[in-house]
Each structure stands twice: as structure tokens, then as C-alpha cells.
Ligand binder design. Structure first.
Ligand code: BTN
Length: 244
């Protein structure tokens, strides 16, 4: 299977995640990409609404039935985010940051959010990428730390071109990840998160931690605090931010 072998494009949906879920269980739909110009009840990670004027963002969801080794929401969130980062750097020559766990930032502003949902062995990976959302929209919604790709480049940002590039990035990384080769993805994670060796603040089970990232891996994040090493499972880390 390849990401986007099967693709559905709608003008308006409730949420692309909802549409993708309708195909769960159908092996032929593994890798399905659902795209919409507008969402009426798009949702974000903390139950926030995820809305913007029609055509100003790329809303998409991928339906996946991964092998057991990749059935990890954190890994799939990072995979999706890294595909976005890679596309942004290759296509727009910008250097994005993957902020834990599901945001892509440019110059400190969020341009993309990812929402991974799981039902048994199936996953829907929803991606909202701001292409050219008018700044007034963010102001009106009281969102101050957000921007669109178009804010950073002079060439027009085209939805279909971005989508094609994204599918290429995601497909390549997904094939590697599923074949057990997670090293390239790990390198990209280190590069775009900027975390290894850096001072961070973390929140795990309601407790705050400050230290230096000693190791960043799929199954453990090791934090050095005043010479002592503390190991955390990635899925338990609620917040993780660079201090510099
Ligand atoms: C977040 O940052 O909180 C995650 C936002 C995810 C939004 C995308 S838009 C496409 C897909 N459909 C949804 O309803 N949500 C995701």
C-alpha cells in the first residue's frame, strides 16, 4: 500500500477524520487520504474547534492499518509531523521546528497541527496545515501564535502541490518505518525537534521536570537532571519544550 493511492476530495465535510473513519476495517482503504476545503466541525487535540475560511488551509486525514511495531500514536504523530517539516524545507526552503508532540512551527508560530485517533488496530492521522489563512482570522479567534506558510514565502502556496509533496514524504517515511528501519525517521526527529542535548521543560503525570535531553528514542526519553538520569516513556510526556 502507498499513502494516497486512494484519495477523496470534498468541498465541505464535518471533519476529515470522521470521513476517514467510515473506511476503517477495509484493507483496500489502508493509506486512504481524505482532503477537504472546509470543515464544519474540525477538531483539535484538546477538543478545540479547528476551523478556517474555505480553501485557506489543507485539511486532510490518513487512514492507516499499520503493523504492530508501528501502532503507537506518538510515533505516528511524529512521523506525520516530520513529513510536514521535510516538505516545508524541501519545497519552501524554510526551517520548521517540530514541537512536542504535534505542532509544526515556523519562526515560533504554529503552522500545522496533528490529531491522531486510534480504534483498535486502525488509526486516523488528521493534519491541519495553514496555507494562507488571513491574519484577521487568527486575531478574531484570539489565536496569537499561529501563522500560514504563505506568510513566509513570496511564491504562491498551492494546495495541490503541497499535498502531492506531502504524500511523497509521508509515503517514503512510512515505508521505511514499516520495514523496521526507523533510523532515518529518528535522525529527522532529532533534527527537526532540536531536542538532543538541549535544556528543556517537561510535564509527566502532572509533574514538571527541567533538565537536558540525554537521549531521544522511540521507546524512551532520557532526561539529565543535575547529573542524574531519568527515563520516561514518550507516551507519558504531556509537554516538552525547549528552554532556549
Ligand atoms: C491540534 O493542533 O490540536 C491538532 C489539529 C488537527 C486538525 C486536523 S484538520 C484535519 C483533521 N480533521 C480534524 O477534524 N482534525 C484534523
Amino acid at each position: 500500500m502507498h499513502i494516497g493511492d486512494k484519495q477523496l476530495h470534498f468541498e465541505q465535510v464535518t471533519s476529515t477524520n470522521d470521513i476517514a473513519w467510515q473506511y476503517a476495517g477495509d484493507e483496500e482503504s489502508n493509506g486512504l487520504v481524505v482532503v477537504a476545503d472546509e470543515q464544519l466541525t474540525g477538531r483539535g487535540r484538546r477538543g478545540d474547534a479547528w476551523l478556517s475560511p474555505p480553501g485557506s488551509a489543507l485539511y486532510l486525514s490518513m487512514l492507516l492499518h499499520p503493523d504492530v511495531s508501528c501502532r503507537h500514536p506518538v510515533m505516528l504523530t511524529i512521523w506525520a509531523g516530520l513529513g510536514v517539516c521535510s516538505m516545508i524545507e524541501k519545497k519552501l526552503s524554510l526551517k520548521p521546528l517540530l514541537k512536542w508532540p504535534n505542532d509544526v512551527l515556523i519562526a515560533g508560530k504554529k503552522v500545522c497541527g496533528i490529531l491522531v485517533e486510534q480504534r483498535q488496530q486502525w488509526f486516523v492521522v488528521g493534519v491541519g496545515l495553514n496555507l494562507a489563512i488571513p491574519v484577521q482570522h487568527f486575531q478574531g479567534a484570539g489565536i496569537h501564535q499561529a501563522a500560514s506558510l504563505q506568510d513566509f514565502v513570496d511564491v504562491p502556496v498551492n494546495q495541490l502541490e503541497v499535498l502531492d509533496e506531502l504524500k511523497i514524504e509521508w509515503d517514503q517515511l512510512y515505508t521505511e518505518m514499516m520495514s523496521g528501519n526507523k533510523n532515518h525517521l529518528l535522525e529527522l526527529w532529532h533534527e527537526y525537534s532540536g531536542l538532543p542535548g538541549k535544556a528543556v521543560q517537561m510535564e509527566v503525570a502532572g509533574k514538571g521536570w527541567s533538565g537536558t535531553i540525554h537521549q531521544l528514542n522511540w521507546d524512551e526519553i532520557v532526561l539529565e537532571v543535575e547529573g542524574n538520569l531519568f527515563t520516561f516513556q514518550p507516551q507519558t510526556v504531556a509537554k516538552l519544550r525547549l528552554l532556549t
